[in-house]
Design a binder for this molecule. Structure first.
Ligand code: ZN
Length: 277
């Protein structure tokens, strides 16, 4: 397929330094970075799951050296010539330099315990994982490829930014575009497993992140549409404590299972076997 290449990018994600402060609620522990890293970036004290980069996610989930990245020729642009604090065009260049990514998602093919899959991952480090034209386009193409190749599809969300406001309506239309591709994938009998990680918000939560045949979430992830403050400002309603966490959503039927990061790879393999049989 055009634009499919292997890439080798520098590792990043959790900020540098010997020690980490755990942001987990009621934890606040200072932990040795190496200790957290040896546990897939999970706090040894409270089990808080740190946000990790898409590259780390690939390493954790896929069999070694099986990932083949697709559509690396799709680049972001600034169609609205949008300015907020800084011009969007400059922001893109800065984010690219910071992360080594072209935009906020990575898609491709790989293997999970020997099972071939198509995978998409959004990365919080690039503009909060927000979905603009590039994220929408490469996810849509990956879903179409999974449909054509008849492979299970896994999309891991780290999209706390929802739809990317700097691309206006063009980012919002990605919700419909991806949803259409997922509907075609579903009609063809494809298996889509959504993996929600901290945080998954806005237009991403309102489209592909919550359209999985099976929806998994990491513990304690923030998952929702609008934030607590926005809801309060709009409808003046105080919502229950922790109403946007994995645990609350599991209880209310929005997600199917909460899976600890160390078990995610095996869990995905088990689900694929169960559904493909
Ligand atoms: Zn902790």
């Amino acid at each position: 397929m055009q634009g499919m290449t292997d890439t080798n990018r520098p590792k990043r994600g959790v900020p540098e330094g010997l020690w980490l402060k755990c942001p987990g609620p009621k934890c606040n522990a200072t932990i040795f970075r190496k200790e957290a890293e040896s546990r897939l970036n999970v706090c040894p004290e409270c089990g808080h799951h740190f946000t990790i980069s898409s590259q780390d996610r690939i390493q954790q989930l896929l069999d070694a050296d099986t990932f083949e990245e697709w559509f690396t020729d799709v680049r972001p642009c600034d169609p609205l010539e949008f300015h907020d604090r800084i011009p969007y065009g400059k922001r893109l260049v800065d984010e690219q330099a910071k992360t080594g990514m072209l935009d906020a998602a990575v898609v491709g093919k790989g293997f999970i315990r020997g099972r071939p899959i198509v995978i998409g991952i959004t990365d919080f480090a690039f503009m909060a994982g927000s979905m603009g034209l590039v994220v929408g386009e490469i996810l849509t193409r990956a879903i179409a490829a999974a449909t054509e190749m008849n492979l299970p599809l896994i999309i891991v969300s780290g999209s706390g930014g929802g739809a990317r406001m700097q691309e206006g309506i063009l980012s919002l239309m990605q919700m419909a575009k991806i949803s259409q591709a997922l509907a075609r994938f579903g009609d063809a009998g494809g298996l889509y497993i959504a993996v929600l990680t901290n945080p998954t918000m806005g237009g991403v939560a309102a489209s592909w992140a919550l359209q999985g045949d099976i929806t998994l979430a990491e513990p304690g992830a923030l998952i929702g549409f609008a934030g607590k403050r926005t809801i309060w400002n709009t409808v003046r309603l105080e919502l229950p404590e922790g109403f946007q966490t994995s645990e609350f959503l599991l209880k209310h039927g929005f997600i199917d299972r909460i899976v600890h990061r160390r078990d995610l790879r095996t869990e995905l393999a088990v689900i694929i076997d169960y559904c493909e049989r």
